[in-house]
Design a binder for this molecule. Structure first.
Ligand SMILES: O=C(O)[C@H]1O[C@H](OP(=O)(O)OP(=O)(O)OC[C@H]2O[C@@H](n3ccc(=O)[nH]c3=O)[C@H](O)[C@@H]2O)[C@H](O)[C@@H](O)[C@@H]1O
Length: 403
C-alpha cells in the first residue's frame, strides 16, 4: 500500500450516527459464579502481566533463559465427577489461551490442539506440565481421536492478513477442521462449540447486526476464504445437530482485543498500539469512517463459557456495543499510549491514510439482546480499560525484547 497523505483526520464526519459511549466502572473481577468461571482480574493478570517472571530471565546481552516454573497458579479444586475433559482447538492462540487460563482456573482438565501457525507455545507456557493440562501439536485439518466431554473449536487464523496469506488452507481449516471436530463430538457425545465470527454478516446492510440477519458476503472476494469458511462451518454444525444429534453451540464473535494478540497480525488494535509505541504514523485504511465495536478478551471468554454451559443452541453474538469509527479509534489509542504513565516517551505520533482494504465492511456492531436474554451476559469492560491492559502488555513484550 502506498502512503497517500500524512495528517490527523478530523473527528467529525461520521457516515452514520454512533451511540455515545457510556462511562463504565473499572472492572476488577470477571466470570459468572453460576458456571464457576468467576475470578479476580488480578489472578488472570499474573499470567500475562506478572510482577515478576520466575520462569524466564531476560538479559541485556539479548538472551532469554527459560526455567521450570516452581509453582503453577492455584486453580479450583473440583471433584473428579465435576471435572470435565475439555478440548480447545487453537488453544495456544490469542483468544484460545485466555479461554484455557479460565478453564484451568475452574478446575477442569484441558487439552489444547494447535498447529502453531498463529498461536505460540509461550501463550500457554505457564500450564505446561500441570497435571490438568495437555498440549498437542496437531493441525485440525487431520482427524484427531480423544475422549472429551466438551469441545471449544477455535482453530483458524482470524486476522485478515493471516487468513488471506493462504486462502485455500483457511477454507480447509474451516471446512475439514470443523468436520473433524464435529465427527469427534458425534463419537464421544461431547458438546461442541463453534467460534464463528461477525464476518459472516459480510458488509452488513442491517445495523446493528442481529443473529437473524443472513448477511451480505462477496463469495469470491479476498475475505471469502474466511467469511464463507465460517458460514459453511455454521452450516456443518447445524447439519450435525439435525442429522446426528450433536449438542451444539455457535458464538459469533465480534472484534476482540487484548494481551497476547500477535503484534504483527495486522489487525487494527495491534497495528495502532505498535505504531504509537514506535512513534510511527498510525495507518488508517480508507477514509477511517468505517466502524468497529471492540470487546476486551475477558468479556468474550465469559460469554463463551456461559454459552457452552447454558442450554441455548441458536447462534449468539458476542461483542461489545461500544462502536468507534476507525479514525476516532486511532486518536483514542494514540492518546492512551502517549498519556500512559509507564510509557517510554513517544514523539508526536501522526496518522496517515492508506488505500482502503477490498470488501472491508463499512460498519459493524452487535445486537446482543440474545446473549443478554439467554446467557445473562453483557460486556463489562470499557474499551479504554482493556486498551490500557493491552498497551501495558505490548510494552512488557518490548521491554523483554519479545517484539
Ligand atoms: O479483530 C477481530 O476480532 C476481527 O478481525 C478481523 O476483522 P476486521 O474487522 O477487518 O479487523 P481489523 O483487521 O482489525 O480491521 C478493523 C478495521 O480497521 C481497519 N484498519 C486495520 C488495520 C490498520 O492498520 N488500519 C486500519 O484502518 C480495517 O481496514 C478495518 O476497517 C477478522 O476478519 C475477524 O474475524 C476478527 O473477528
Amino acid at each position: 500500500m502506498s502512503n497517500q497523505s500524512t495528517d490527523t483526520p478530523s473527528e467529525s464526519s461520521h457516515v452514520h450516527t454512533i451511540t455515545p459511549i457510556p462511562e463504565r466502572e473499572h472492572v476488577d473481577s470477571v466470570g459468572d459464579a453460576s458456571v464457576g468461571s468467576d475470578v479476580s482480574l488480578s489472578w488472570l493478570r499474573q499470567l500475562y502481566l506478572p510482577k515478576e517472571a520466575p520462569d524466564r530471565k531476560v538479559s541485556t546481552d539479548g538472551t532469554v533463559q527459560y526455567s521450570m516454573q516452581r509453582n503453577y497458579p492455584a486453580v479450583r479444586q473440583l471433584s473428579p465427577a465435576k471435572r470435565e475433559r475439555i478440548l480447545v482447538t487453537g488453544g495456544a492462540g490469542f483468544v484460545g489461551s485466555h479461554l484455557v487460563d479460565r478453564l484451568m482456573w475452574m478446575g477442569h482438565e484441558v487439552i489444547v490442539l494447535d498447529n502453531f501457525f498463529t498461536g505460540t507455545k509461550r501463550n500457554v507456557q505457564h500450564w505446561i506440565g500441570h497435571p490438568h493440562f495437555e498440549l498437542v501439536s496437531h493441525d485440525v485439518v487431520d482427524p484427531f481421536m480423544i475422549e472429551v466431554s466438551q469441545i471449544y473449536h477455535l482453530a483458524c487464523p482470524a486476522s485478515p492478513p493471516h487468513y488471506q496469506y493462504n486462502p485455500t488452507k483457511t477454507v480447509k481449516t474451516s471446512v475439514m477442521g470443523t468436520i473433524n471436530m464435529l465427527g469427534l463430538a458425534k463419537r464421544t457425545k461431547a458438546r461442541f462449540l463453534l467460534t464463528s465470527t461477525s464476518e459472516i454478516y459480510g458488509d452488513p446492510e442491517e445495523h446493528p447486526q442481529k443473529e437473524t440477519y443472513w448477511g451480505h458476503v462477496n463469495p469470491i472476494g479476498p475475505r471469502a476464504c474466511y467469511d464463507e469458511g465460517k458460514r459453511i462451518a455454521e452450516t456443518l454444525t447445524y447439519s450435525y445437530m439435525r442429522q446426528n444429534d450433536v449438542d451444539v453451540r455457535v458464538a459469533r464473535i465480534f472484534n476482540t482485543f487484548g494481551p497476547r494478540m500477535s503484534p504483527a497480525d495486522g489487525r487494527v488494535v495491534s497495528n495502532f498500539i505498535m505504531q504509537a509505541l514506535r512513534s510511527e504514523p498510525l495507518t488508517i485504511y480508507g477514509d477511517g469512517d468505517q466502524t468497529r465495536s471492540f470487546q476486551y478478551v475477558h468479556d468474550l471468554v465469559d460469554g463463551l463459557i456461559l454459552l457452552m454451559n447454558k442450554n441455548y443452541m441458536e447462534p449468539v453474538n458476542l461483542g461489545n456495543t461500544e462502536e468507534y469509527t476507525i479514525k476516532d479509534f486511532a486518536i483514542m489509542i494514540r492518546d492512551q499510549v502517549i498519556s500512559s504513565p509507564v510509557a517510554k516517551p513517544v514523539n508526536d505520533v501522526k496518522i496517515k491514510t492508506l488505500p482502503a482494504a477490498m470488501d472491508d465492511p463499512r460498519k459493524r456492531k452487535p445486537d446482543i439482546t440474545r446473549a443478554k436474554k439467554y446467557l445473562g451476559w453483557e460486556p463489562r469492560f470499557a474499551v479504554k480499560q482493556g486498551i490500557q491492559e493491552t498497551v501495558d502488555w505490548f510494552k512488557l513484550q518490548q521491554v523483554e525484547g519479545a517484539i
